[in-house]
Design a protein around this ligand. Structure first.
Ligand SMILES: Nc1ncnc2c1ncn2[C@@H]1O[C@H](COP(=O)(O)OP(=O)(O)OP(=O)(O)O)[C@@H](O)[C@H]1O
Ligand SMILES: [Mg+2]
Length: 463
């Protein structure tokens, strides 16, 4: 959409000049000759940006700004100031305007270059602000811990107790129960929340690389070390390091990690300079480390170092009361992501989801709901729309596994999902302009409309 710009100035010549400059660049321009008129237009039209003259008869620019302060965070205001000798805004008025939220100034008479640069800057910085805001909200939402079962309440309590301390935390529980979410919640609840949260998946890094990954290395310290590398522990200085899947770490690496935990200092590979680090450690594992100690694959001393505050995250089958909330949460998330209409679940469907044995815990439930949202055609999800779940079973071990939907998807299902995702992507790219999108993907507009209907694609606010 073309940004809409309102120019409030009592001088017709300035309004005309601004209109010419801006319209030539493709902006939509509105004008007002008085402060009162300007305010009315702001209210009615919600422009994206304002140019505002300070010196005006009647309500002056300062007064207009004062009444718009609640908006200036979203709608940038640029002050048009003349020079004082010619009756423009004085320095103190300019300062006041800034205090009231004005973003920038242009001088009279307006030069094309200056006007356009100011507009572009204001729009860019605004876009950035909005992006940062939505990003933050998304991140919080993404890592939100959902559920109100007593079992989860105990986890929340443990998080609340552990978070404000610097104690090492060991999170354990089956795969997919939410261990990473717990680790992030602890970091968010700590004094280190504004510092780094550095995650290391110990299982994913080959053994010969893990030390260099954790502790860093100097250039030339081994073949292939062409650059100096700062390790994860150093990156996490003043913040938190999350050692995920710590049960998969080799004994040799365990010894080194233990030393860092004890001494709070480390050496990069290929250097013997000791570097002090101030790192809070959170570790997680889906293995039973006590068994691993028995088997001689995990160091007992490291275990005691890590296990200062143990937090157990129970499997989903021990907190079925969370399932309905989780299903709604994921369903809302994925409908928003895909620009679908919100779906409801019948009581029977919800009960079946509740009874199912989610072997892969919340991760499996989440994947299942994602697939469901994409595949089920109506606005209401009923028992018949729950592929693979069948009637509730008492014998849980007999429940079919279906965590990777790709394995069971038909060709038709796969095609539909891909087509839908492609269309949404293109529509976003072309600002939801149907004609333009249809043209770009070389299909008749009528066909695109048909697809929108078929897949229930709609441009919601965040589309
Ligand atoms: N209580 C919860 N509320 C909302 N989402 C959750 C919850 N618990 C887990 N999830 C989601 O489920 C998925 C798996 O969670 P997570 O990665 O934290 O599990 P994990 O225990 O670390 O699993 P693994 O052992 O396989 O690494 C993630 O997408 C996460 O966002
Ligand atoms: Mg994990």
């Amino acid at each position: 959409m073309k940004p809409r710009i309102l120019v409030i100035d009592d001088e017709a010549a300035i309004r005309d000049a601004m209109r010419m400059i801006l319209e030539y660049e493709g902006y939509d321009v509105l004008t007002a000759a008085t402060g009162e008129e300007g305010l009315a237009i702001v209210e009615r039209e919600g422009p994206d940006l304002l140019f505002l003259d300070i010196k005006m008869p009647g309500m002056d620019g300062i007064e207009v700004l004062r009444r718009l302060t609640h908006l200036t965070d979203q709608t940038p205001v640029i002050v048009i100031s003349g020079n004082v000798a010619e009756g423009g805004a004085s320095a103190s008025e300019a300062a006041q305007a800034i205090k009231l939220g004005a973003r920038d100034f242009i001088e009279k008479p307006p030069s094309t270059e200056r006007v356009l640069v100011t507009v572009r800057n204001a729009i860019d910085s605004n876009r950035l602000r909005t992006e940062v805001r939505t990003l933050k909200r998304d991140v919080e939402k993404r890592y939100q811990i959902v559920g109100d079962s007593p079992a989860l309440a105990r986890v929340r309590e443990a998080i609340a107790r552990a978070a404000p301390t610097t104690a090492t935390v060991l999170i354990w529980g089956e795969s997919g129960v939410g261990k990473e979410l717990v680790a992030r919640a602890i970091h968010r609840g700590s004094l280190r929340r504004d510092q780094a949260f550095v995650q290391v998946n110990c299982a994913a890094i080959p053994d010969e690389l893990i030390e260099s990954e954790l502790f860093g290395h100097e250039k030339g310290s081994f073949t292939g070390a062409t650059e100096r590398q700062i390790g994860k522990f150093e990156q996490a200085d003043k913040g938190t390091i999350f050692l995920d899947e710590i049960g998969d770490m080799s004994l040799k690496t365990q010894a080194k990690v233990l030393r860092v935990l004890q001494e709070q200092e480390l050496e990069r590979l290929g250097s013997n300079k000791l570097i002090k680090v101030d790192v809070r450690v959170i570790a997680a594992t889906n293995k039973n480390l006590e068994d691993e100690i028995e088997r001689g694959t995990f160091r007992e001393d490291l275990f005691y170092r890590l296990n200062v505050v143990p937090i157990h995250v129970p499997p989903l089958r021990e907190r079925r009361d969370d399932i309905a909330l989780l299903v709604r949460h994921f369903s809302d998330w994925f409908t928003r992501e895909n620009n679908f209409r919100r779906k409801t679940f019948t009581a029977a469907a919800m009960e079946q989801l509740r009874q199912h044995h989610w072997r892969g815990n919340i991760r499996e439930l989440r994947n299942y709901v994602e697939r469901l949202i994409i595949m089920s055609p109506g606005d209401a999800v009923d028992v018949g729309d729950l592929p693979g779940l069948g009637p509730a079973r008492v014998d849980q071990s007999a429940a079919p596994a279906h965590n990777e939907w790709m394995r069971t998807a038909t060709l038709q299902e796969f095609k539909s999902i891909s087509e839908r995702a492609f269309l949404v992507g293109k529509l976003r790219e072309f600002g939801w302009n149907i004609s333009r999108t249809a043209e770009e993907i070389d299909t008749p507009r009528s066909n695109l409309y048909k697809k929108l209907e078929q897949y229930q694609i709609s441009e919601e606010k965040d589309g």
